[in-house]
Write a protein that binds this ligand. Sequence first.
Ligand code: FNR
Length: 370
Amino acid sequence: MEVTNVSEYEAIAKQKLPKMAFDYYASGAEDQWTLAENTNAFSRILFRPRILIDVSKIDMATTVLGFKLSMPIMIAPTAFQKMAHPEGEYATARAASAAGTIMTLSSWATSSVEEVASTGPGIRFFQLYVYKDRNVVAQLVRRAERAGFKAIALTVDTPRLGRREADIKNRFTLPPFLTLKNFEGLNLGKMDKANDSGLASYVAGQIDRTLSWKDVEWLQTITKLPILVKGVLTAEDARLSIQAGAAGIIVSNHGARQLDYVPSTIMALEEVVKAAQGRVPVFLDGGVRRGTDVFKALALGASGIFIGRPVVFALASEGEAGVRKVLQMLREEFELTMALSGCRSLKEITRDHIATDWDHPRARLLAPKL
Ligand code: FNR
């Protein structure tokens, strides 16, 4: 049957993938409250569309860190894409490039920075996990830079891996034919089987729990690439990110895979946007499944959004064609949302085009007393 929206790929992926792989992609941490909330929260934001505006031409183009994109919809880093499809990150890179948008490559990709660069031109960001061994980090960042990556997305919400119970039950580990390709030459490319999640053990062994704000500054001494701090959920940390020299902020709860019972990212977004005061762009990832979701994020002040799971589920279902289709469907839905809301360009999308449930107290204050 024809796929007509992004969410439909999840059920197809579930049929196609081994249980261990599907569960790894799909699950969130612990009770998975935040996982449901990431998508549910969007449904509590409603539109205040404007009518009778000439919407015969809609312009979705934008720039991110100075790079021209066809739309504000980008690809978040997700690990181990070859577990979804043999072409893995190659397919994602090609699909992103064809759509005129950015792919973020995970540190834990099953294809190296050099391999992804070899797929052809494209604007790509590199997601960084900071290892205890800083020589490893410095080497990797240098390689990403040389391979033409344009920014570092520094993931700051993972001093330890969140408790993903499906991975524990499945004793999750990479299939034997796959490695963490970026680390292969550094003897850190293999993930051993463990008594719980193999990934959680790998993280406990290799990832630096001492990571702190001064390391954001250290990172700037080893690279000229702009740094996006990925995993900010509060105004306080937005201000600290800017102080530490971040070029941008990604409001993210890691697809609800780290701390459970943090708010959905769409609920946290406005607080961060206000704290950033326009000094750096603020992006969002988490739960974006519709063009209407993209619009809502932009109306709350995001400069763009990233998608995670839709890409891996589409990869599992149809490879590169699936990822292309995901980007195309979101693009078309977003364009339609703009038209039906009376917005012809991204700068015409305003806070007044939506109403959120946290607007109500204000509405009550303004309402005449009964
Ligand atoms: C992720 N995410 C992630 N983030 C990161 O910084 N490095 C990584 O390697 C990964 N790997 C990863 C794997 C899988 C399977 C998922 C689902 C997520 C988090 C990702 O970048 C992003 O924050 C979320 O996926 C966004 O939420 P949605 O779009 O999946 O709801």
